[in-house]
Design a protein around this ligand. Structure first.
Ligand code: SF4
Ligand code: SF4
Length: 66
């Protein structure tokens, strides 16, 4: 199950998330959308989610003791 959700209706294909992900998780699709091609490398640092100017990314993080 994917823990990275990219909302392509919000995404403006700026490429910021692809550039800043320290793990190289994203690969740009032909249209320029970020595809989490290497999701297994994701550390859930949430940088992409925080920096996306269009709030198009959601990283599912498990909550402890909630
Ligand atoms: S949460 Fe961090 S490691 Fe995962 S895709 Fe986003 S920037 Fe990359
Ligand atoms: S940072 Fe946001 S708007 Fe820019 S390419 Fe990534 S998901 Fe799309």
């Amino acid at each position: 199950m994917s823990q990275i959700a990219v909302n392509t209706e919000r995404c403006k294909t700026c490429g910021v998330c692809i550039e800043l992900c320290p793990r190289g998780v994203y690969v740009a699709t032909q249209e320029g959308y970020p595809a989490p091609a290497h999701e297994e490398k994701c550390t859930k640092c949430q940088l992409c989610e925080l920096w996306c100017p269009d709030y198009a990314i959601e990283i599912e993080v498990e909550e402890d003791g909630a």
